[in-house]
Every structure is written in structure tokens, then in C-alpha cells.
Design a protein around this ligand. Structure first.
Ligand SMILES: [Fe+2]
Ligand SMILES: [Fe+2]
Length: 397
């Protein structure tokens, strides 16, 4: 029998597939880090809260690409081996402002990713590479929704030099796939601002930052206690900001840590929304309550391991007695809304404490701090008692 050679129409073969998946993984991963780095510095509250979700969604994309990559290459995480693409993602961080940053990510890089993912799904061998197509098609659901989000969020932001620069960097990398004709590398525009990890948390002009105006309700003022609890939830973005900073400051930690921390960050933006929603359902506008930015400024002066210990072993591990008591009280009151929010919160917080237990040993080992784990945590808890529980929140020179 003389069988003819059949030339397949599919243009993506196994080798090219791996190369492309490495590029996608790298871009999505850098998106997570870039959004996290910026989150505390973004002033507009709703945008900041959305960024927690966006970076968690991008972490899901990295995770799915990782699940596929580990089936086709070892080690599964590799740089894209393309200096122009690395430059694009490195430069995207140094935007002159929050809206420029988001425009670069969501109006230039993400739309190109969507086109690449759609093309990839058509051009890879459908059945042999079915797992890749499954992941990309699911990732595309998020990506298209993110593009729609950006269209609204950035509606009043005109394209400018920064966005043009990001587009030129992408063109110099041959696009997301690297397969397009490469344009010459652009020079950075004058508006470029070297990014530094924010040690101050930004809030927009609607919010007062003066916590001295907040009166603590008396112990027997049950309505006041309920309001106080949910007014505090509406400030939990301050925990998301610490998670985001720790994520940004720990690029060399294993991927699984970044993945957990992205969830932790997202959860705290959700908890903040518990407060916003609870207040709204009670006819109250959360922007009329002050926001605490001092806690972030205080915590961010410490190294990332200490910050993570203060948050997970201090604030989070100590919250359960209080929350369980509130939960019982809401049940007794027949306040199902409050009881449900607190119950969901505690499910998340249990997870956050377990993240702390899981990752503090590794963070400490990599930090070069010679203290044994027990001693390190005991010292961090003494610091937490002295500086946080006391209410002093000193900023050291
Ligand atoms: Fe929380
Ligand atoms: Fe938490």
C-alpha cells in the first residue's frame, strides 16, 4: 500500500506550542505582579478593589498554563527567552499613573493576548492538544470580561504617550506570539516614572483619613457594635494592600505562594466589599466613614516575612474568638445578613491563617534571618502586641 504524506493545516506544532505557552505564562505572571505592586498606590477605591479580583483571575490563568506546561516541559516555569518580551513586561510597571498603567495592561497587552489565545485554539492540533484548548477557552471567558471592565473603567482616560510606548514595546517583541514582524525597539517617553513599591496607601478625595473622629461604641450598644464591625470591614482593603505588597516583594518564592497570596489579596478586597454592601443595605454610604491608612504605613516598614507574620499570626489568627461571639449574637438577634457575612469571612480567615502557617517557614528560610521559626514568630507577636494592639503604630525612622 502506498500511503501519501498528508500535510496538516495546523500551524502550531508541539515545539511552538511550548514556546507560546511559556510566553503566555510569563505575561500573565508579570500582570499579577504588576497589579499587586500598584494596588496600594491606586487611589480610586473601586478600581483598587477590582484590581484584587483582576490579579486573582490572572493568577488562575498562570495556574492553568502551569498545569499544562508541567505536562510538556521540565522545569515547567521558564523565561520566554526573548529579551524584547521581558522588556515589555518589565517596563509596563513604570507607568506615570494608575490609569496609564491599566491602559497599558488592559488596552494594549490584554487585547493582544485575547487575539493570540483565539488564534492558538484554532491553530493547534485540536485533539492532541485538547488540554491546552480547554484552558485557553476558559481563560478567554475572563479575558473578554476584563476587556469589557477596562472599557468602562478607563472610558474617560484618553490614550497617551504611555499607551503608545507599551504598544511599541509589544510590536518590538513581535506581538504576544513573537511571530509578527518585529518593529524597532522604542525609547522610553518622558512621562515614564520608575516604580517603587508603595509604603503609603492611597485613598481618593472622598475619604477622610482621620481616625480620631471615630468613636468606639459602648459595650452594651449593640446597634453601635454592629455598625462598628461592618464599618471596619469596609476598611479591610488595608489587608489586601499588605498582601499585594508582600506578593510584589517576594518574586523568588515558589509559584504556589504567589497563587495563595493572590487569593488572600482578593479575599481582603471581598471583605472590604462585605462592609460596603452591608452599609449600603442599611442606607449608609461607606465613603462617609474614614479610612485607616496608618496600619499599612506601619506594617510596610518591615520586611515581607515580618509583614506576613504580623498579618496572619497576629491579626488573623486572633480574630476567631471575637467573630464567633458576633456570629452567635447575630443569630440570637435574627440578623441573618450579618451572620452570613461573618460566617463567610471566617471561612476565608481560616484559610489565611493556614497560608501563614504554610509559607512563613519558607519565607523565613529564604530571608536569611537566622532565628528558628518559633522564635521569629514569638518576636513578631511581641512586636504586634507592642506596636499594633497598643494602637501606637509607630513609624520608625
Ligand atoms: Fe479579612
Ligand atoms: Fe484575612
Amino acid at each position: 500500500m502506498d500511503l501519501r504524506i498528508v500535510e496538516p493545516d495546523e500551524s502550531i506544532d508541539f515545539r511552538m506550542n511550548k514556546r507560546l505557552l511559556n510566553r503566555y505564562r510569563f505575561i500573565e505572571h508579570e500582570m499579577v505582579r504588576t497589579l499587586a505592586g500598584w494596588l496600594p498606590a491606586v487611589a480610586h477605591m473601586e478600581t483598587k478593589l477590582d484590581m484584587g479580583r483582576l490579579l486573582w483571575e490572572d493568577a488562575q490563568h498562570v495556574q492553568q498554563l502551569y498545569l499544562r506546561l508541567r505536562e510538556v516541559q521540565n522545569p515547567s516555569f521558564r523565561l520566554p527567552d526573548d529579551p524584547a518580551l521581558e522588556r515589555l513586561m518589565r517596563e509596563a510597571l513604570h507607568a506615570p499613573g494608575a490609569e496609564d498603567l491599566l491602559a497599558g495592561l488592559f488596552r494594549v497587552i490584554k487585547p493582544a493576548l485575547v487575539v493570540a489565545y483565539e488564534w492558538h485554539c484554532e491553530q493547534t492540533f485540536a485533539n492532541p492538544d485538547a488540554p491546552t484548548r480547554y484552558y485557553l477557552q476558559h481563560i478567554l471567558l475572563d479575558e473578554r470580561a476584563q476587556l469589557a471592565w477596562a472599557e468602562t473603567a478607563l472610558a474617560s482616560h484618553p490614550p497617551g504617550d504611555w499607551e503608545a510606548y507599551i504598544a511599541a514595546l509589544l510590536a518590538a517583541a513581535g506581538g504576544v506570539t513573537g511571530l509578527e514582524a518585529r518593529a524597532p525597539a522604542p525609547d522610553a517617553p518622558a512621562c515614564r516614572r520608575t516604580f517603587e513599591a508603595p509604603r503609603e496607601a492611597a485613598r481618593d478625595a472622598r475619604f477622610s483619613l482621620d481616625m480620631s473622629t471615630v468613636a468606639r461604641p459602648a459595650a452594651d450598644d449593640r446597634a453601635g457594635q454592629r455598625l462598628d464591625e461592618f464599618r471596619n470591614y469596609a476598611q479591610e482593603v488595608l489587608a489586601a494592600e499588605t498582601c499585594a505588597l508582600v506578593l510584589y516583594l517576594t518574586p523568588d518564592m515558589p509559584w504556589e505562594f504567589t497563587y495563595d497570596l493572590a487569593r488572600h489579596c482578593y479575599d481582603e478586597t471581598r471583605h472590604c466589599r462585605f462592609g460596603i454592601e452591608w452599609l449600603a443595605r442599611h442606607g449608609l454610604d461607606y465613603t462617609t466613614f474614614p479610612q485607616n491608612t496608618r496600619i499599612y504605613a506601619w506594617r510596610s516598614q518591615y520586611d515581607p516575612v515580618t509583614q506576613y507574620a504580623l498579618l496572619t499570626m497576629g491579626n488573623e489568627a486572633h480574630v476567631f474568638g471575637y467573630r464567633q461571639q458576633r456570629q452567635r449574637e447575630y443569630e440570637a438577634l435574627g440578623d441573618r445578613l450579618s451572620e452570613q457575612f461573618v460566617t463567610y469571612d471566617m471561612a476565608d480567615e481560616r484559610q489565611h491563617v493556614s497560608f501563614g502557617r504554610r509559607w512563613l517557614p519558607e519565607l523565613l528560610r529564604r530571608s536569611g534571618d537566622p532565628r528558628p521559626l518559633d522564635m521569629f514568630i514569638a518576636d513578631a507577636m511581641a512586636l504586634w502586641e507592642r506596636e499594633y494592639v497598643s494602637g501606637a503604630l509607630p513609624i520608625h525612622a
